[in-house]
Write a protein that binds this ligand. Structure first.
Ligand code: MEV
Length: 324
């Protein structure tokens, strides 16, 4: 063990274009945002070796990894990672793992991937394993499969590497941008849903209406290709238009929700340049693009007045990183 305490943080994300289609091998574009998951690993002397886990998902509760008590389903991926990474590790020291995240969970912002990436990096570093980013990304993807069934892998990639990424079939390309000058307002419908179930529903529809669904995916593909160029050139108006186009197609895939429609309307009335759901849909979050922080803030306030949660976010280039 290298150190008595180590902390890593990793970002959440928004998918700008291409969610769902990406599960079928089409490309998608995602950007990392300045909301992060944080994981601290420390040690303490103890007669019994164990790992104690605390997370702000369950405030005030401590989970003993060795206990027979079953872990909640939302922590199965975390449990998997802890067991995998501490396998063969023997000492008379117990580990304490503290996870906290400012990324709302179950809402399409990649919170589980960010937790997995931060946990993998902090725990492996603490145990003296010198993992590359590629290793961290791969291991976090294994955890994502436990959490989400058949994820595309986009969430763990953007959380590991940060920035803007184009992702397709396991391959990721950093889309080089100086900066995206826009501000994002992220509004949470607070309709909790499970990515696994929504992805399974789309698959059911795909099997029933393959030709139509493929057509939708092709249109989404074209949006992603155009979107990539607009992102590089920081063309906010065009990015906004494409977000609206993508939203229409997502509704045709059946992943809309009345609360999301409500939120999209509020964003539009408050001057957003484009707005769409982000992530799996069926609930979760929508995102609106603004060219100035003042409008973004007033839109956020108006959304909150209607009883929803909302916050502003900026693009970040910083993927998983040590917190010193
Ligand atoms: C993930 O945030 C969104 C989906 O495209 C699923 C995936 O890519 O794994 C719906």
């Amino acid at each position: 063990m290298n150190s008595s305490r180590i902390t890593y943080t990793a970002p959440g994300k928004i998918i700008l274009f291409g969610e769902h289609a990406v599960v079928y091998g089409y490309p998608a574009l995602a950007i990392a945002i300045d909301r992060r998951a944080k994981c601290t690993v420390s040690s303490y002397l103890s007669d019994e070796e164990d790992v104690v886990l605390s997370t702000n998902l369950f405030p005030g509760k401590k989970f003993l990894v060795s206990s027979k008590e079953s872990f909640p389903s939302s922590l199965q991926a975390v449990l998997f990672l802890i067991k995998k990474l501490t396998d063969n590790f023997q000492s008379n020291i117990s580990l304490q793992i503290d996870i906290s995240s400012s990324i709302p969970s179950s809402s399409g912002l990649g919170s589980s991937a960010a937790v997995s990436v931060a946990l993998t990096n902090s725990l492996s570093s603490f145990l003296g394993r010198n993992y590359s980013l590629e290793d961290v990304n791969k291991i976090a993807f294994e955890a994502e499969k436990i959490q989400h069934g058949q994820p595309s892998g986009i969430d763990n990639n953007v959380s590991t590497y940060g920035g803007s990424i184009l992702y397709q079939k396991g391959l990721m390309e950093q889309v080089t941008v100086d900066d995206i000058s826009g501000f994002w307002v992220i509004a949470n419908s607070m309709v909790e849903r499970n990515t696994k179930d929504i992805v399974a529903n789309v698959q059911k529809n795909y099997k029933r209406k393959q030709e139509k669904t493929e057509e939708i995916f092709h249109s989404i593909h074209s949006i992603v290709i155009r979107g990539k160029e607009y992102i590089k050139q920081n063309k906010l108006d065009e990015i906004g238009e494409l977000m609206n186009e993508n939203q229409t197609l997502l509704e045709q895939l059946g992943v809309g929700h009345s609360k999301l429609t409500d939120l999209l309307l509020i964003l539009k009335k408050n001057g957003s340049m484009g707005e769409k759901l982000t992530g799996a849909g069926g609930g979760g979050c929508v995102v609106g693009l603004f060219d100035n922080i003042k409008d973004a803030h007033s839109s956020m306030k108006n959304i909150k007045k209607k009883g929803y949660q909302a916050f502003t976010a900026k693009h970040t280039k910083i993927g998983v990183t040590i917190d010193e």
